[in-house]
Write a protein that binds this ligand. Structure first.
Ligand code: PLP
Length: 445
């Protein structure tokens, strides 16, 4: 494969963009390929190479790169009519009504411009509503580039995970391990009356994928209720991806107080949102006293794209298709691993998939989860499969990044470039794409 044009473009980019990119995960080594255009479930790079694309913009592109016709028509109409006003439009109301109709926790919603902005606003809302300062987050969870959640360490020694955040900000965040009920019970017993909210991805999607163990979300629901704290599900990845239109909260049967959205809810355009009980969400200004505002919030082009995206999924068997191919991929990769790398754990659900390069296998794999780890306590892998962000970080992360990812790319398959980020099936992917991908896994693993 020739990458000369991409290399030259990256050379230019390095002079004017820090690290040559506008989002850090894109700076793959030694240099990323530059995308020329998308084509259904594929991307074509600046040198004309074609890849099956499972990055899918890191989550938003449920349909791949060709917009379904109603989405395309709506985007063109709203872009040429406006594109935006600084006054309300009907399409914002329609999109909000649709989300409220389908997602169990949502009665009311505030649209913003990114997942990060959604979690920033949700944390401020929780603090304003409860009059408390502390936020509990999961180690290895990701909630965007924001001060309150870029925090590492344990409950007693939280510290910023990046330069540029004062240590005094991190003092208000309590990181705990995902899936560890005892650890969070302990935190609530000690400081329950200072905690405004628990902020959690229903499935760790940026360090994993890690599914919840049985009863974990139910325990979080009870614990927060008991102590007057809010439960916030960060469904920026899982929203309208896992569990279809009811999202992961519907799949798991646990209803949080607030939900943050992003990615798919904007139909491929910049978006975020905070939804929940009206009684809580109405604390946002101008209805309440928690300040929240945005020039581009509820942008008509984004609202139209998002709304047509979700309507199309309601009217066509979109989730049936992507979930079936997701299962076929996870099942196929599980069989390949059983032969070639029995220590690896295949993870994911619905249209999400990943292979975690875990280091140890049980002596006998009979009866293991066949299409992605389900955290079944009777699975032979149960004591070996990742349950926390730390378990994923202990995998062979360097092998993914330095060897495996490149081998897959050379075979025409574009995966997320590190061990941690999820991969996605889209509506444009076909059975042939999946079979070709499995052949590449066979050679590259
Ligand atoms: C992507 C993501 C975010 C951040 O969203 P941006 O639009 O990148 O700001 C927040 N939370 C989760 C779970 C995400 O996957």
């Amino acid at each position: 494969m020739n990458h000369e044009r991409s290399r030259d473009l990256y050379d230019r980019a390095l002079s004017v963009l820090p690290g040559g990119v506008n989002s850090s995960v894109r700076a793959t080594r030694p240099y990323p390929f530059f995308v020329e255009r998308g084509d259904g479930g594929h991307v074509i790079d600046a040198d004309g190479n074609r890849y099956v694309d499972y990055v899918m913009g890191y989550g938003p592109l449920l349909y791949g790169h060709d917009m379904p016709e109603p989405v395309r028509a709506a985007v063109q109409k709203y872009a040429s009519d406006g594109p935006m006003y600084g006054a309300p439009t009907e399409i914002e109301v329609e999109h909000a009504e649709f989300v409220a109709r389908h997602v169990p926790s949502v009665e009311m919603i505030r649209f913003v411009n990114s997942g990060t902005e959604a979690t920033v606003s949700a944390v401020r809302l929780a603090r304003g509503y409860t009059g408390r300062d502390k936020i509990v987050v999961m180690r290895g969870g990701y909630h965007g580039a924001q001060e309150s959640t870029l925090v590492e360490g344990g409950p007693d020694d939280p510290r910023p995970s990046t330069a540029g955040i004062p240590g005094s900000f991190a003092e208000h965040t309590i990181p705990v391990p995902f899936n560890d009920e005892e650890a969070i019970v302990e935190v609530f017993e000690a400081r329950g009356d200072e905690i405004a909210a628990v902020l959690v991805e229903p499935i760790l999607g940026n360090t994993g994928i890690v599914m919840p163990v049985d009863g974990y979300h139910e325990a979080l629901r009870e614990l927060t209720e008991e102590h007057g704290a809010l439960l916030i599900f960060d469904e920026v990845i899982t929203g309208f991806r896992v569990g279809g239109l009811q999202c992961a909260q519907g799949k798991f049967g646990v209803t949080p107080d607030l939900t943050t959205f992003g990615k798919i809810i904007g139909g491929g355009f910049p978006v975020g949102a905070v939804g929940g009980k009206a009684e809580i969400v109405e604390h946002f200004t101008p209805a309440g006293d928690v300040f929240q505002s945005g020039t581009f919030s509820g942008h008509p082009v984004t609202m139209a794209a998002g709304h047509e995206y979700l309507k199309y999924a309601a009217e066509n068997d979109v989730y049936g298709h992507v979930n079936r191919l997701g299962e076929k991929l996870r099942r196929g990769i599980t069989e390949i691993c059983e032969d070639q790398a029995p220590e690896y754990t295949v993870v994911g659900t619905d249209s999400m998939f990943k292979t975690i390069f875990t280091r140890e296998a049980p002596p006998d794999l009979t009866g293991q989860c066949e299409a992605g780890c389900r955290q079944r306590s009777d699975c032979p892998r149960y004591d070996y499969c990742p349950k926390t962000g730390a378990d994923v970080k202990n995998a062979e992360t360097e092998r993914w990044e330095r060897v495996f990812w490149h081998r897959m790319k050379e075979r025409g398959v574009f995966l997320t470039a590190n061990q941690f980020e999820s991969q996605f099936v889209c509506y444009a992917h076909t059975d042939e794409d999946v079979e070709e991908t499995l052949e590449a896994y066979k050679e590259a693993l």
